[in-house]
Design a protein around this ligand. Structure first.
Ligand SMILES: C[S@@+](CC[C@H](N)C(=O)[O-])C[C@H]1O[C@@H](n2cnc3c(N)ncnc32)[C@H](O)[C@@H]1O
Length: 331
């Protein structure tokens, strides 16, 4: 992990108030439109007056055929009275379409609270950007209550053991619209803008760019399968073996060789491209119980890796193997 990614994670852990932009929500949601028909959608970390998730689902209530939208937001007990001593409760908001809605107060709107679990039980699908500091608990709750979900998080959450085990077993995967770069989030006006990649708009709204953002979901997308095209040739010099794992190291996903049939250690961002028709997920250092918790090459500790193998059927797709490639593949 580089220094600026570390900085961003530290910021995310310290401050939970990062508001997702409408544009980013729209770009992901288009992939699941028909799934939402007749569904009760719950945005459980979302104040109805602020959240672009709520705005998106109200705007698209009809064309997505949504049955009901519920949102709730969290107000820690200490913040129930704001700086000018006004009472600012947590709200539960329900939207039924045709501008019909109801608003009620909650005790604190914690997604783990009994009152929010009751709302969760009514829902078919949860869509939100949960607090990064509670990402593990959030995912665990989605599985405990057997909910469909589409949530934004940080790519490093892939390596959390609980998250990775769900990915390994094919119960969750990455979304479609974000595979690289950073994304801009609005932050509260009193948020100190210390990092690079921040801006203030003409209305005084503050924004910060966050690296390594990804969607995590268990909803099938309505898109075809993007097969990763492999162009690089395996040689033992270019792809050394790990000292402690029977696998070669591939430093970049785009460098996965087309003529290697054994196990390969690839960066975690490989999951942006993963499709079970093309590759098999073998595990990561945690699930494979790798000695020392990491792969080593010539005594040097490597970055966290995901171990994969190409499916044998996929070798048949590339018909342009040279004689040397054929030899490699047979051995
Ligand atoms: C990253 S922000 C995203 C806000 C909003 N979902 C959006 O995307 O614009 C995470 C939100 O979770 C809220 N939050 C923090 N702890 C929470 C909890 N225990 N239960 C529910 N929400 C919580 C924070 O107040 C914050 O608004």
């Amino acid at each position: 992990m580089n220094d600026s990614a570390k900085l961003n994670i530290a910021q995310l852990n310290k401050k939970d108030e990062f508001y997702t932009q409408y544009d980013d929500i729209e770009k992901e949601l288009v992939y699941y439109k028909s799934f939402f028909k007749n569904k009760v959608v719950y945005c459980n970390c979302d104040k109805y007056t602020e959240s672009n998730f709520v705005k998106f689902f109200i705007d698209h209530f009809k064309d997505y055929g949504i049955k009901k939208l519920i949102s709730s937001n969290y107000v820690p007990e200490l913040n129930l009275l704001n700086s000018v001593n006004e009472y600012t409760p947590a709200y539960m908001y329900e939207y039924y379409g045709d501008e019909k809605y109801s608003i009620n107060t909650l005790s604190n709107g914690d997604f783990r609270s009994e009152e929010c679990i009751k709302l969760l039980e009514q829902a078919d699908v949860v869509v939100t950007n949960p607090p990064f500091s509670l990402f593990r608990e959030f995912i665990a709750m989605m599985f405990r209550y057997k909910k469909k979900f589409l949530i934004i998080g940080n790519v490093n959450a892939i390596s959390y053991k609980e998250t990775f085990l769900h990915i390994l077993s094919g119960e969750m995967w990455l979304g479609q619209s974000i595979h690289s770069g950073d994304r801009e989030f609005r932050v509260p006006k009193d948020y100190p803008l210390e990092a690079n990649g921040t801006r203030i708009d003409a209305d005084g709204n503050k924004y910060i760019r966050v690296k390594g953002v990804r969607w995590f979901t268990n909803i099938d997308c309505e898109c075809g399968y993007r097969r990763l095209s492999l162009t690089e040739r395996y040689t033992p010099e270019r792809y050394p073996k790990f000292d402690n794992i029977d696998a070669i190291n591939v430093s970049k996903t785009k460098d996965i060789p087309y003529n290697y049939k054994g196990i390969m250690g690839v960066p975690i961002t490989f999951l942006d491209w993963y499709h079970p028709d093309q590759f098999q997920l073998i595990g990561n250092e945690y699930s494979l119980k790798i000695n020392g918790g990491r792969g080593y090459i010539n005594g040097r500790r490597m970055y966290g890796r995901i171990f994969i193998k190409r499916n044998s059927n996929d070798f048949l797709i590339n018909k342009n193997y040279s004689m040397v490639d054929m030899f490699d593949l047979q051995n």
